[in-house]
Write a protein that binds this ligand. Structure first.
Ligand SMILES: [Zn+2]
Length: 143
């Protein structure tokens, strides 16, 4: 651990409770995380996954963060209970945020659309993961 104290961001293997690498930027840590995932899949099969987390040194304390401010370890248990229940990126495993091509019924006046009434999508709707940029039909993201 001490050898990484000059670097603000750390990539942890939370399964084996060890620090994999240290990084000066969050982007560096995210790239290392993606490379680590790929190396695990290459070594142990495409469905293999070792949970990792990115931490940031804040006032000398290692604090778990990542792009969305939560640990990826939590993601394997299914964090969504509402609109995105059962949805997870099959590549990077995040289930926090997606871009979904959807249709809406809106009340429209001459001034323009008012508040959307209903937004709909289905298994064929084009979906994009903002973290790893994987895209495809919504069906691809269901587990
Ligand atoms: Zn993803």
């Amino acid at each position: 651990m001490s050898k990484y104290t000059n670097q603000k961001y750390h990539l942890h293997d939370t399964f084996n409770e060890r620090v994999i690498s240290g990084h000066r930027t969050l982007n560096g840590a995210l790239v290392a995380q993606a490379k680590h995932d790929a190396a695990v899949r290459k070594a142990s099969g495409k469905n293999s996954y070792i949970p990792t987390a990115i931490t940031q040194l804040i006032d000398g304390i290692d604090t778990v963060i990542d792009e969305f401010g939560y640990s990826r370890e939590q993601q394997t248990t299914g964090i969504n209970k509402n609109c995105l229940q059962g949805v997870r990126c099959p590549s990077c495993k995040q289930e926090h945020k997606f871009y979904i091509h959807s249709t809406t019924v809106a009340q429209v006046t001459d001034q323009g659309p008012q508040d959307p009434i209903d937004i709909e999508w289905n298994n064929k709707s084009h979906t994009l993961c903002p973290l790893c940029k994987l895209s495809g039909p919504m069906k691809l993201f269901k587990y």
